[in-house]
Design a protein around this ligand. Structure first.
Ligand code: BGP
Length: 491
């Protein structure tokens, strides 16, 4: 198997890119008519990362946040001030050679309360100028319409996505930005990681756990509303422009059975169904899969789904599948299995893998496996829209030496190249946090993903000056050669 000949270069039009999200980068939370959004109410934790004792959002914390009108202890309110730095940052992306840039639009910049009578023109003009600048730099654009945040007003008045009313409000917002910006945008993603609401309900679906009497049902009801909103957005956007490219995105979890015991293999199948396939099956096949009936019955989950919803899902499926990939994990029936941190979840540890400083297990081959699995199941074009290594970097004499990041990226690029050799139709790759930004999970600045360093600490202090890391020059040469000179570095 391992001797199979693989292609040694990427397709000519492969889209090498970088990704960020508004709530982790923009800052200037109360400028240009913007309303407060949900991420801007998440306080910085005491004892962050693996030591975080107090990660869960509560009504009490939310109420305190609403009263704070300044930056307070809320990192999303300052971000990395991409809001003011975008022209300079886009010049750096151009120098890096990016072919595509993934960013999100913040709903509360367009509709400060989520459902205002008129969109906020200042917000629209801000994004228009960002897109124009990217166009001038010859960089394609991918836009996420909702990335982990909604206007707080929608949480206060409607309790977030569990309320069906959000569907129409979202679709109205989505259509406003699609119709205005379609000329600049090449790929649209209605929802970041549509499965994230299951694992992080505050960020994914705007639900505060202590406000639910039946939390599990609320979560799946909210996710269903996002599926319907996704389908309606596809339907209406295609009427506006039949050529528009709209992708479905999930946080893709790669699971391996702990042993060859049939019980562990079955556990792996279930983990894949409940954390991954359920979401992409609906997005790409347009049907609620039969295996979820048992799941819903087992957990006494009740969801309202109309006939019209089923029809909408069926006829409005996605053009491509986008996903984030950061780590892999073990599936087992053994509940005492050793645990480690992972994106959005606590994962079972794999003794064969190394981990990042935040405990996320590093597994480049898992990306090749994932790409093959998705390709085999759907046959749709794929896009890796998030991947990268969160690490602590040191700025010394204006330089950042980050060989660990180069090794990580190199191995994942080889995995992509090999998957393309396997026959996978992979459109591109957008490196997560191409410029350092605020971590979503732990709200830290010191968890850096970028090839561009931002001089700022966890408290938001620093010059915000941008520096090129060693990995910047390395990624630049990879893009220039279209990935020709990469080989596995890890043993
Ligand atoms: C994904 C989110 C991103 C990003 C990434 C890394 O789930 O879509 O917004 O933050 O995870 O996670 P973290 O920032 O917690 O390291």
């Amino acid at each position: 198997m391992s001797n199979f000949k693989v292609v040694d270069e990427f397709p000519k039009n492969f889209l090498w890119g970088g990704a960020i999200a508004g709530s982790q980068s923009e800052g200037q939370f109360n400028v240009g008519g913007k309303g407060l959004d949900s991420q801007e109410c998440r306080p910085r934790f005491v004892g962050v990362g693996n030591d975080a004792k107090d990660k869960v959002m509560t009504t009490q914390k939310f109420e305190i946040a609403l009263k704070e009108t300044g930056f307070g202890n809320y990192p999303s309110r300052w971000g990395i001030n991409f809001y003011d730095h975008y022209k300079e940052d886009i010049q750096l992306f151009k120098e890096l050679g990016l072919k595509i840039f993934r960013m999100s639009i913040n709903w509360s910049r367009i509709f400060p309360n989520g459902d205002d009578t008129e969109p906020n023109e200042a917000g629209l003009e801000y994004y228009e100028d960002v897109f124009r600048t990217l166009q001038e730099a010859n960089i394609k654009v991918m836009v996420t319409i909702q990335h982990n945040t909604i206007p707080v007003s929608l949480m206060k008045r409607f309790g977030g996505w569990k309320n069906r009313k959000l569907i129409d409000m979202y679709v109205r917002y989505a259509l406003i930005v699609i119709e205005r910006f379609d000329v600049y945008v090449d790929y649209w993603i209605p929802f970041n990681e549509i499965n994230s609401g299951r694992f992080s309900s505050y960020s994914g679906i705007g639900i505060i756990k202590d406000q639910s009497d039946d939390y599990d049902s609320d979560v799946f009801q909210a996710i269903h509303h996002q599926f319907v909103a996704n389908a309606l957005t596809i339907q209406q956007a295609k009427r506006f422009n039949p050529q528009i490219q709209i992708g479905g995105m999930i946080a893709r979890f790669c699971h391996y059975p702990a042993t060859s015991k049939p019980e562990d293999v079955l556990a792996q199948i279930h983990d894949e169904q409940y954390t991954n396939w359920f979401y992409t099956d609906i997005l790409a096949r347009g049907v609620y899969p039969a295996y979820m009936n048992r799941y819903f019955e087992s957990y006494d989950i009740k969801i309202n789904i109309t006939e019209e919803d089923y029809n909408l899902l069926k006829i409005n499926t996605v053009d491509f599948i986008a996903f984030s990939y950061y780590f892999s994990q073990i599936s087992t029936t053994d509940s005492s299995w050793k645990k480690t941190d992972g994106n959005l979840v606590i994962a079972n540890k794999n003794p064969h893998l190394k981990s990042s400083e935040w405990g996320w297990q590093i597994d480049a081959l898992g990306l090749r496996i994932t790409l093959n699995q998705l390709h085999d199941r759907y046959g749709l074009p794929l896009f890796v829209v998030e991947n990268g290594l969160g690490a602590k970097d040191e700025l010394e004499d204006g330089k950042i030496h980050d060989p660990y990041r180069i090794e990580y990226l190199n191995d994942h690029f080889v995995a992509m190249r090999d998957a393309i050799g396997d026959g996978v139709n992979l459109l591109g790759y957008t490196l997560w946090g191409v410029i350092d930004l605020i971590s979503c999970g732990s709200l830290e600045m010191k968890k850096r993903y970028g090839v561009i360093y931002v001089d700022q600490d966890d408290e938001g202090q620093g010059s915000q000056k941008r520096y090129r890391k060693d990995s910047f020059y390395w990624y630049q040469s990879v893009i220039e050669d279209n990935g020709k000179n990469i080989e596995y570095i890890s043993s």
